[in-house]
Structures are given as C-alpha cells and as structure tokens.
Design a protein around this ligand. Sequence first.
Ligand code: 2M8
Length: 438
Amino acid sequence: MREHPLAERARRVLEKNRCDGYTRPAPGLYAHQWSWDTCFIALGYARFAPLRGARELEALFEGQWANGMVPHVVYRRTDDRYFPDPALWEVSRAPAAPANPYTSGATQPPVHATAARAVYEAMRDAGEAHAFLERLFPRLAEWHAYLHRDRDPLEEGLVAIRHPWESGMDNSPAWDPVFRHEAFDAVPAYDRKDKYTPASPERPTDEAYDRYLYLVELAREADYDEGRLVRDGGSPFLVQDVLFNTLLARADRDLAALARALGSDPEPFARRGARTASAIDRLLWDDALGLYVNRDLHGGARLRIPIAGGFAPLFAGIPNRVRADRMLRVLAGPRFGGADGAGVPVASYDRTAPGFSRRRYWRGPVWMNMNWILWRGLLRYDRASADRMRQAMVDLVSRGGFREYFDPVDGCGLGERDFSWTAALLLDTLHASPERMA
Ligand code: 2M8
C-alpha cells in the first residue's frame, strides 16, 4: 500500500522539533517539554520509531515529583520566551519537587500509560521492550496512585484539577463560571511573553491570565501541599473535568494491560479504572445537552458548558448505546460542526453558544488532539462516523498545514506552525490499525 504524502511531512515536523533528549511542542512559543504533548508525540513515534517514543516518555518522567505528580512543564532550556518561568513557580518550596530538572507545579491529563502501551506494543525487540516497561511501569503506577490518592477529595473515583492549565484546555469557556468566584484576588504585575507572538489575538485575555497567575501564587504560597489545596478546598479552582477523568479511566486500563505484560497483578489498576468510568457516567452525564459536563467542587454545581471534552467518554467506552447515540447526533449536528458539509472536524466549543470564537484558542478552534480522542471513541460505536471524521482530520491538515489549531469554519491553520502533536496524531490516524486500540 502506498504511503500518504502527508506522512513524510509529518515525520519531518517531528524531526525539526527534536531537541537534546526531547521533542518540543513547536519551534516558536513552546521551547520546553510538556506533559500531554509528550504523550501524543510518543503515540506518533510509536508508528515509525518506537524507541524514540520510549525515550520521550522516560525524559518526561525525569521531572516526576516524589509524590508521583508528573508536572505539566519540564523546563529544558534557559530560554526566556516562555512565561511563566521556573522562578514564578518556585517549586523548590515543595518537598516533593526534584531539584533538577526544573518543573512547573501543576499537572496535565494522564495519557502516559496509554502512550506507553502503544510504544511498548510497537517495539520490535522483545528484550528492549521489556526493559523499557520495567523502568517506566513503577513510575506510571506512582503517577496514577498520586491522582487517585491526592486528587479525589470526595473519594468517589473522580479526580479534581486545581488550575485550567491542568485540563490542557486552558482558555476553555468551561472555566468562566468558576472564575467568577469571589475568592479570586488581584495579582502583582507580570510580563506575559506570549502576547508578543504573532498569534496574540488568539491567546487568552489578560483577565484570564490574572486568574491563572493568582492560582499559581496560591499554590506556591501553600508550598504545593495537595492536602491544603485540594483535600481542604484551599484552591478556588477545583473541578472534576470530564476529559481528564476519561483519560485516566482509559489509562488505568492500559496500566492494567502493562502490569499483565510484566507478569504483575492487573486487577488493582483495572478496578480503579472501572470505578472512575462508572463515576463519570453516574455523576457527569447531562441529559438536556446530550453530553457529559464538568462539576465545580466548590458548591458541587454542574458546569453546563457544551465543550468538545464532553464527548470524551466515548474514548473510554463509557456511555451505553442509548447515550452514545444521543452524543453522536449532537456531534454531527450544527453545534459541533459535522453538519455544515465543510469537512472540518469537531470544534472545541459549541458553535451556537455565547462567546464562541473562530480564533480565540480553546473557545472554538479545532484541535487535532481532541479530534483524535473523539475519532478513537467513534471507532468503538460507529465505524461510518469514525471514518468520516478521520477523512476530515486528514483533509484539515492537507489544507491548513501542521498548525496548532484551526478555524472551525474555513479550516484555516492558526497558532503555532509545525506543531508536534498535530503531526504525531496525524501519523497515528494515517497508520493505525484501528481495531488494535479501540
Ligand atoms: C497550551 O498551554 C500552555 C500552558 O500549559 C500555554 O498556553 O502557554 C495548551 O494548548 C496545552 O494543552 C498544551 O499542552 C501547551 C503546549 O502545547 O500549550
């Protein structure tokens, strides 16, 4: 079978972004190593250079904290283009933070075990594959233990995030109601380096950055003590996020498979994944919207904001047939884009909802990682929709390039150029044998 012409271009993007020991998200704004970007990048490497995928993941885990947390940024360069920098986080105040490398003091969605499994299964040399797993598995197990232990204050199987950056969907309208809490205070002056990029009108507003920075300050003042911030409710931002929890439920299952491969007991991991999956289904489903919604742990209200993350449970096989059919109809209708015939895949936010934006990042634009997650989910429920979505993803990159995100109306590329996860996930989309991962 002939290879798709985009595959070679995608590999070149990853090559361009390879630095000393890791692959950066993009050549411009993002010079360091990001947590979930690394997972998506490793999923792409699994398709043509699994050893590189293994190295990416292992490099990221050099920044893992002693309590198990995998930080969302591992600072790799003394490069002043990215803000916030290590000085602002000052994670040396946390007893669990490593002295080297420098890291942030927040986390990102747990796609690691899923990526590690794909890399492991793609590795040709059985000895090398086993050695990789023996090194990484205990780290992955500590990471998941941290999430279930320190981030589930209600002990109901759902973990909480304490910063929008932890969701990966930083600027999502899903956080607007939380930001209205009175507990948010003013922050000292700071210099946002991201505003000087060409994409600045697409970046979050200054008001949003004030909230982000306030949360950093608060976590830093609490010495990153999860007991104070999460269990005692000290952080004004505490949300059970659908996407984060779905990825965890799925990753718990992948961790169980990796345990089995090592001859260990998979049951404890599988049980935790099943518990999280059933809590998502029981507590976060919104029948009126036809998708899952987040919950604010301050007051317990559901955040009834229709974002693409609300469809993520398809990825972990969580909804039953009836719910999945509802979701498929919403996904294909005018709200998320399937019906306009433009062949543009799913927007990050309901196109008909207040505040929808074609350009403002995470408030409408199409992202390759969200669509990859939904595509993988659709493969479980409806092969024809999955195939249409796959085609729309390939067409999007053919027209718009390997960009960070895309205009949901005309498919124009936006944000950073040569974006690693767009390239990596396109490779997986082009090469995967879907039955294997679904
Ligand atoms: C974006 O987030 C960073 C903060 O982590 C930023 O805007 O400065 C998000 O799209 C996030 O999901 C992604 O991991 C990161 C790097 O690509 O950029």
